[in-house]
Write a protein that binds this ligand. Structure first.
Ligand code: ATP
Ligand code: MG
Ligand code: MG
Ligand code: MG
Length: 440
């Protein structure tokens, strides 16, 4: 992409409404524009990052054997009357009436709708296990939308639902989700720690939230610092292997790690060695639930078991806050100049800064670099505007691409360009060819 043809409305001033760094940088880097409280347009660069996260979520869900689909944002109220949640959900639900006076709502989550789909089409245990998911916009009329996309009213969420014949199979689905989420966050360059949590309005017995530690997080968390040393890494995972998924779940959840809702001060002080007791804040980027027959019973989602008897299916639901993750990644990875994108989610891989736009030699060298980076399968962002070098550097630092290649007449005389790593700030002079080889 050439910056002269892109739409990157960078702000010089720090917007006064933004209280936390991710919100400030997302506004300043021209990633989002607020349209109403908690409702945002995703401008091209914000949209590009959002799509990258969405792609990673899809890849990891499909790898785990889960099946993608798409449900609508608007739902009829009667499904929610059946489950009893239409009244229970309260003012967070945006209720709408259509021209025929039918009660509708903008979905805050999809347990009812997916259960309806399931009961319409599945009647035998032979079709189980089944996990369906979608990535779709949700609406929750939050009392206090704030921190930009971190607590929006409209937000983008992956929600998946498992249907199993037995509790044991449903718990395997739970473990499978836990493992697939760990992989997902690690690919995004994030550490998200599973913590025992409270089930809230979804209901259920077993649940973990995934938290990214950050001072600006809205949840208070208590944990054994040794949990931060565990990584999934590049292990071979067989998602059909119940024992393997269970052992990974146990490995990641054995140590004390809880949100304030389930925190047990006595157990914390007794079980966690004093020098490893930590109290901190965290951002909830996902949650998994096992809730058994909470929806299948009232909504009649039954299958015929092997013995011919009708039984309600065991279910769970599992969510990832895709749009919140854009903010969470920035909270976890930035400095005072701007964002520092992890490689796996960066909107562009490398920025090219032309120090002397209009100089035939500099322009030619930039064009050549641009083409060879593209040929290597990378997406470069070429700042080809006729601007001061200082402004170009400030923009590149703000938008946080992992690499910057600076091209100017002086270096070109010696056959070199400058390659700068955004994370370390280190620069080196290389031939254009070596610079390309280094960033691939
Ligand atoms: P929170 O405690 O932050 O209100 P939640 O527990 O109500 O979140 P879930 O129902 O567990 O949310 O939804 C799954 C995921 O969707 C959350 O883990 C979070 O990452 C994301 N999410 C929830 N509410 C919002 C919101 N208002 N804006 C952005 N993302 C959200
Ligand atoms: Mg909430
Ligand atoms: Mg929560
Ligand atoms: Mg939650």
């Amino acid at each position: 992409m050439r910056l002269s043809r892109y739409f990157l409305p960078v702000l010089k001033e720090t917007p006064s409404e933004a209280q936390i760094v991710s919100h400030r940088y997302m506004l300043r880097a021209g990633m989002i524009k607020q349209q109403a409280a908690g409702i945002y347009s995703w401008l091209p660069m914000g949209f590009k990052v959002l799509r990258k996260l969405e792609d990673i979520v899809h890849e990891e869900q499909i790898r785990a054997g889960h099946v993608p689909m798409l449900m609508p944002t608007l739902q009829p109220a009667d499904l929610w009357q059946e489950s009893g949640r239409y009244d229970a959900y309260g003012p967070e639900m945006l209720r709408i009436r259509d021209r025929h006076d039918r009660d509708m709502l903008y979905g805050p989550t999809n347990e009812e709708m997916i259960t309806d789909i399931f009961r319409s089409h599945v009647s035998s245990y032979k079709d189980l296990p089944l996990t369906l998911y979608h990535i779709q916009w949700k609406f929750r009329d939050e009392v206090r939308p704030r921190f930009g996309v971190m607590r929006g009213r409209e937000f983008f969420m992956k929600d998946g639902y498992n249907f199993d014949l037995t509790k044991e199979d449903a718990l395997h689905a739970y473990n499978r989700h836990l493992v697939s989420y760990l992989r997902t966050y690690e690919r995004m360059g994030l550490q998200a720690i599973p913590m025992r949590a409270d089930s809230g309005p979804i209901g259920g017995d077993d649940t973990h939230e995934f938290l990214v530690l950050a001072e600006t997080g809205e949840s208070e968390v208590f944990y054994d610092s040794a949990v931060t040393d565990i990584r999934l890494g590049a292990r071979d995972i067989d998602y059909d292997d119940h024992a393997q998924c269970q052992s990974i779940m146990e490995e990641f959840t054995a140590l004390y790690a809880r949100t304030d809702e389930t925190h047990d001060e006595g157990a914390f002080l007794k079980d966690v060695p004093l020098d490893r007791q930590r109290t901190a804040r965290g951002i909830e980027v996902g949650q998994i639930f096992y809730f058994g027959t909470k929806y299948s019973e009232p909504m009649g989602a039954m299958v015929q078991g092997p013995d011919g008897k009708q039984v309600p299916v065991h279910m769970g639901s599992h969510g990832i806050g895709v749009s919140r993750l854009v903010g969470a990644i920035i909270e976890a990875s930035h400095d005072d100049k701007g964002i520092i994108w992890p490689e796996g989610v960066t909107p562009f891989h490398v920025g090219i800064v032309n120090l002397k736009q209009g100089d035939a030699e500099a322009d030619g060298a930039c064009e050549k670099l641009y083409k060879s980076l593209e040929a290597a399968g990378l997406e470069p962002l070429y700042d080809d505007r006729d601007e001061r070098a200082g402004g170009k550097f400030a923009t590149m630092d703000l938008i946080g691409l992992p690499w910057r290649i600076t091209v100017g007449p002086r270096g070109l005389k010696n056959g070199v360009v400058e390659l700068t790593c955004r994370r370390t700030g280190e620069s080196e002079e290389l031939t254009p060819k070596d610079a390309v080889a280094r960033v691939i």
